[in-house]
Design a protein around this ligand. Structure first.
Ligand SMILES: NC(=O)c1ccc[n+]([C@@H]2O[C@H](COP(=O)([O-])OP(=O)(O)OC[C@H]3O[C@@H](n4cnc5c(N)ncnc54)[C@H](O)[C@@H]3O)[C@@H](O)[C@H]2O)c1
Ligand SMILES: OCCc1c[nH]c2ccccc12
Length: 307
C-alpha cells in the first residue's frame, strides 16, 4: 500500500511522507540519493536554498524519469529578496512551480513579518508555488502571522517527536484549528539522538506486537498524530522500512497514550544515565558482598560442625 496524502487548507494534497535532503546531504551532491528515494517509492522531496543541493535534487528527479505530476517538491526561503529567492530556487530545481514553499526560520522575516508574508502570498497567486507555509514557527509566531495573513499558511514544519510532543501540544491544537498541517523533522530523535529514555519501553512493546521495528513505531505514532513525516537516509533498506509504515496496522489508543506519557517525562540525560549505571553497579556489588558473606558463613558453619 502506498503512503497516502494529506489534504491542505488550500485544497491541494501533500504526500504524507517526504525524503529530506538537509542532513547528511547538506552541501553535497544529492543526485543518487534523490533518485534512490524516488525509485524506492518516495514522491515528496524536501530541500531548502541553504542546503545547497537544489540543483542536484533536480538532477536526481530528472534521472528518475518520473513525471512532474507524480512528484511533490518542497523548498525553503533562506533570506534575501523573496521574489529573487523563489526564482533562483525555481531555476536551480529546474521547475515551473514549487509544490510547497516555506519560510525556513521565523528570524528571516521577524522584522517585517506582514510584508514578507504578502510576498509569499504573491508567489502563490503568481503560480510559482502551489502552497505556501512556514517552518520552525512557535505558537506566538504563528498567531502573529495568521493575524494579518490573507492566505493562512498551509504547513508548519517543526522538530517533532515523542519527547517534545507535550511542549508542542498548544501549537498543534492551534494549527489544527486553522487547518495548518504540521510536518515533522527529527522524529527519530528518540532512536538517533537520545536512546535509552522512557519512550524506548512502550515503543519496543508496540514493535513486538506489530512485528515492526522501533523506527516504524515512532513514524506510525507521528502519522497517527496527523503529522506529515519528513525523514531521510542514504540507505535503501531504511527507506523501505520507512515506507512500509503505510502497511502497519494502527497503534492502539493505549499504545499511543503510553508513548505520549513516556515522552512527557523527557529523554534520559547523560548524567541520569551515569547515575543509573552507578546505582546498578552498587546494587550488584552489595548483592555480591551479601552472597559472599552468606557463602563464607555457611562454609565456616560446616567446618565448625564437622570438628
Ligand atoms: N525545517 C527545518 O528546520 C529542518 C531541520 C532539520 C531537518 N529538516 C528536514 O528533515 C529531514 C530529516 O531530518 P532528520 O535527520 O532530523 O530526520 P529523522 O529524525 O527522521 O532521522 C533520520 C536519520 O535517522 C537515521 N536512522 C534511521 N533508522 C535508524 C536506525 N534504526 N538506527 C539509527 N539511526 C537510524 C537515518 O540514517 C537518518 O540519518 C532533513 O533531511 C531535512 O530535509 C528540516
Ligand atoms: O533545515 C534545517 C536543517 C539544516 C541542515 N543544515 C543546515 C544549515 C543551516 C541551516 C539549517 C540547516
Amino acid at each position: 500500500m502506498p503512503f497516502g496524502v494529506v489534504k491542505l487548507n488550500d485544497g491541494t494534497e501533500i504526500p504524507a511522507i517526504a525524503f529530506g535532503t538537509g542532513s547528511a546531504l547538506f552541501r553535497k551532491d544529492a543526485t543518487e540519493y534523490v533518485e534512490q528515494a524516488l525509485e524506492t517509492g518516495f514522491s515528496h522531496i524536501d530541500t531548502a536554498a541553504i542546503y545547497g543541493n537544489e540543483d542536484t535534487v533536480a538532477k536526481g528527479v530528472r534521472e528518475s524519469g518520473l513525471n512532474r505530476s507524480d512528484l511533490y517538491i518542497t523548498t525553503k526561503y533562506d533570506g534575501g529578496d523573496i521574489q529573487s529567492a523563489v526564482r533562483t530556487s525555481l531555476t536551480k530545481l529546474d521547475l515551473k512551480h514549487i509544490d510547497l514553499y516555506l519560510i525556513h526560520f521565523p528570524r528571516l522575516v521577524e522584522k517585517n513579518l506582514e510584508t514578507s508574508w504578502q510576498e509569499f502570498e504573491k508567489i502563490k497567486e503568481d503560480g510559482l508555488a502551489k502552497s505556501i507555509g512556514v517552518s520552525n514557527f512557535n505558537l506566538e509566531q504563528l498567531q502573529l502571522l495568521v493575524k494579518t495573513a490573507k492566505i493562512v499558511p498551509a504547513v508548519n514544519q517543526i522538530n517533532f517527536h515523542p519527547y517534545n510532543y507535550a511542549s508542542h501540544k498548544a501549537l498543534l491544537e492551534y494549527s489544527a484549528k486553522h487547518g495548518i498541517i504540521t510536518e515533522a523533522y527529527g522524529s527519530l530523535t528518540p532512536i538517533t539522538k537520545t536512546p535509552g529514555g522512557p519512550v524506548d519501553k512502550p515503543v519496543a512493546a508496540a514493535a513486538k506486537r506489530l512485528g515492526a521495528s522501533p523506527v516504524q513505531v515512532i513514524l506510525k505514532w507521528v502519522q497517527q498524530k496527523g503529522v506529515v513525516i519528513v525523514t531521510t537516509s542514504s540507505r535503501k533498506e531504511h527507506l523501505t522500512e520507512y515506507l512500509a509504515v503505510a502497511d502497519l496496522p494502527d497503534l492502539t489508543d493505549e499504545e499511543i497514550a503510553a508513548i505520549d506519557e513516556a515522552g512527557a517525562k523527557g529523554p534520559t540525560s547523560p548524567m541520569q544515565k551515569r547515575n543509573m549505571a552507578v546505582k546498578a553497579f552498587l546494587t550488584f556489588a552489595f548483592l555480591w558482598f551479601c552472597f559472599r558473606v552468606t557463602w563464607i558463613s555457611s562454609r565456616l558453619a560446616v567446618l565448625l560442625m564437622s570438628k
